[in-house]
Design a protein around this ligand. Structure first.
Ligand SMILES: NC(=O)c1ccc[n+]([C@@H]2O[C@H](COP(=O)([O-])OP(=O)(O)OC[C@H]3O[C@@H](n4cnc5c(N)ncnc54)[C@H](OP(=O)(O)O)[C@@H]3O)[C@@H](O)[C@H]2O)c1
Length: 312
């Protein structure tokens, strides 16, 4: 089968090559992949990966081989799922505990946006009660950010979306943002009960200033790559405020709710309550188009999600 693999020295460090088909374990189904999506974490890692490393966490497609332990869906079932690596390929082996059946009216492209970005947004905003509270989301124009804005607003929060440039605010009020801040949260202003923080550097320092007493900052990333310098006295005066570290895969290992969470997100899409924010779709067999999508994501030019299709 064909797969997108790390290829140092090529544009965007990626190439399309022939690899062995996956060999599913007893609790895994074999999926004919129709769409995957790009996540900043894997795209960033790709830039320094050894030749042959196989990126790919999100997968949407059709089951072509049932799990031999009897768990999971039958061949022919459309599914969305999550794997540890290697999903950017024509076929993938997916654990039956890490996938959900797709509702009939959800496309593979929409489904492929959900696993990492959708689950991260859902799990991170679940970390405190936000109904009627103020919530700030940094990196709001990105994949996780757009899902988080929608899910937080639907859960009753008053959402402040933080973006890097004015044009990145596009569509965010319609998704539920009550306010859009361009740049970094100012040091002074109303406090937030929850801040979903992914930009790191000065953005995390600003969050430590603006969190409410008893509030929660969920740190999910460091898109800026910068370290954070902050004034401890500004933070410890927010008595009871917490800075929580979040990593999706350990969180999913702990909660064991991937199937129900993916089903929940896919149903929201089916009911037109969740916009998947697809900015562009490229064909996985067109390596120039894949490279350009990866470069655009790294250059902060993707509003929402970039999707790669297979088997068109
Ligand atoms: N911990 C976990 O388990 C987990 C899971 C998923 C994602 N993440 C992390 O969460 C972050 C968001 O992921 P994503 O997939 O949503 O990424 P994405 O789609 O690329 O969005 C990231 C957003 O961050 C903003 N940003 C601010 N400063 C930036 C900088 N200096 N460089 C690049 N982007 C910057 C960009 O928006 P503007 O251009 O508007 O500023 C961009 O839209 C990433 O850091 C990712 O690694 C972590």
């Amino acid at each position: 089968m064909k797969a997108l693999v790390a290829s140092p020295g090529t544009e965007a460090s990626i190439d399309l090559v022939e690899v062995d088909d996956p060999a599913p374990k007893p609790d895994e189904v074999l999926v004919d992949v129709r769409a995957v999506s790009l996540n900043r974490g894997e795209v960033h890692r790709l830039q320094n990966a050894e030749a042959g490393w196989r990126p790919g966490w999100d997968v949407a497609g059709v089951v072509v081989g049932a799990a031999t332990d009897g768990s999971g869906p039958k061949p022919g079932t459309p599914v969305v799922g999550l794997v540890g690596s290697g999903a950017w390929a024509e076929r993938a082996a997916v654990s039956t505990g890490h996938l959900a059946r797709l509702p009939d009216n959800v496309t593979f492209e929409d489904a492929a946006t959900l696993p990492v970005a959708g689950l991260t947004a859902r799990k991170a905003i679940e970390m405190c009660v936000i109904d009627g509270k103020r919530v700030a989301i940094t990196g709001a124009a990105g994949g996780v950010g757009r899902f988080a804005v929608q899910l937080a607003a639907q859960n009753g929060a008053e959402v402040t979306a933080v973006v890097g440039r004015p044009e990145r605010a596009k569509g965010l009020p319609e998704l539920g943002a009550a306010e859009v801040v361009v740049g970094t949260l100012p040091a002074d202003g109303e406090e937030f009960t929850l801040i979903l923080e992914s930009a790191g550097g000065e953005s995390l320092a600003a969050a430590l200033h603006r969190i409410a007493p008893e509030g929660t900052i969920v740190s999910i990333g460091n898109s800026s790559g910068h370290p954070t310098t902050f004034e401890p006295s500004a933070f410890y005066r927010k008595a009871g405020a917490r800075l929580c570290a979040f990593m999706l895969f350990p969180e999913l290992q702990r909660s064991r709710t991937v199937t129900t969470d993916l089903r929940y997100l896919a149903n929201l899409v089916a009911e037109a309550h969740l916009d998947t924010g697809i900015d562009r779709v490229v064909d996985g067999s067109d390596i120039a188009a894949v490279r350009s999508a990866i470069t655009a994501l790294l250059d902060r030019e993707v509003d929402g999600k970039a999707v790669v299709t297979f088997g068109a």
